[in-house]
Design a protein around this ligand. Sequence first.
Ligand SMILES: Nc1ncnc2c1ncn2[C@@H]1O[C@H](COP(=O)(O)OP(=O)(O)OP(=O)(O)O)[C@@H](O)[C@H]1O
Length: 222
Amino acid sequence: MLINLENITKSYELASQEFTVLKDVSLEIETGDFVGIMGRSGSGKSTLVNLIGFLDKKFKGNYYFEDKLVEQYTDDELSKIRNENVGFVFQNFGLIEKMTVGQNIELPLVYAGLSPKKRKELILESLEKVGLADFVNQSVKLLSGGQRQRVAIARAIVNTPKFIIADEPTGALDSKTSDEIMQLFSDLNQKSGVTIILVTHDAGLMRFCNREIRVSDGEVML
Ligand SMILES: Nc1ncnc2c1ncn2[C@@H]1O[C@H](COP(=O)(O)OP(=O)(O)OP(=O)(O)O)[C@@H](O)[C@H]1O
């Protein structure tokens, strides 16, 4: 099993009161899944995927990633696991404006310690997958929203992660561009077998997913 959450509970301390955001969540995600996570604003979706993406270690319950308990890793080990295994795509793209497209995509490969030659090869390969092969030296500043999200997706897939977390990836895009980005995720899932965990409050996007999960008030309904 790729991801196995067992009885996860997550609370925040607010004004010395405990506020539970995830309540006894159990969930399995397998390689090749395209999971859509739906739920109202504030229901706990981002909290859930941040935890799945190893951005948050403070929770109760057991998280097994590839059958190993996440809790046992040190913070440094977890950062390495995150860099090697997860690609993140966010609503606001998260690109560095003053860099070129290629430089943005190169970042995870620099962290991974790959040679400049290998980095160049992988950057071009991933830009081809998102349909922006000619944009490697282009400045990010000149790109449209849809193009920016394609670059963010290229960056997310460049080190062939085990799964991608896409948190409201179409939230800043018009409906036509949104469908194009979702079609790209769908192609990556079906043709390259990339596992995708999508967070959205747009029910219309569920048609691109093969599994739907609902989060309501911190509880997960499968
Ligand atoms: N660092 C934090 N400290 C305290 N409370 C927090 C923190 N982060 C999130 N919360 C609270 O946890 C709840 C769930 O937030 P979360 O961002 O997971 O919801 P969401 O479903 O992703 O919402 P949205 O669709 O608006 O992004 C909210 O009530 C939020 O205020």
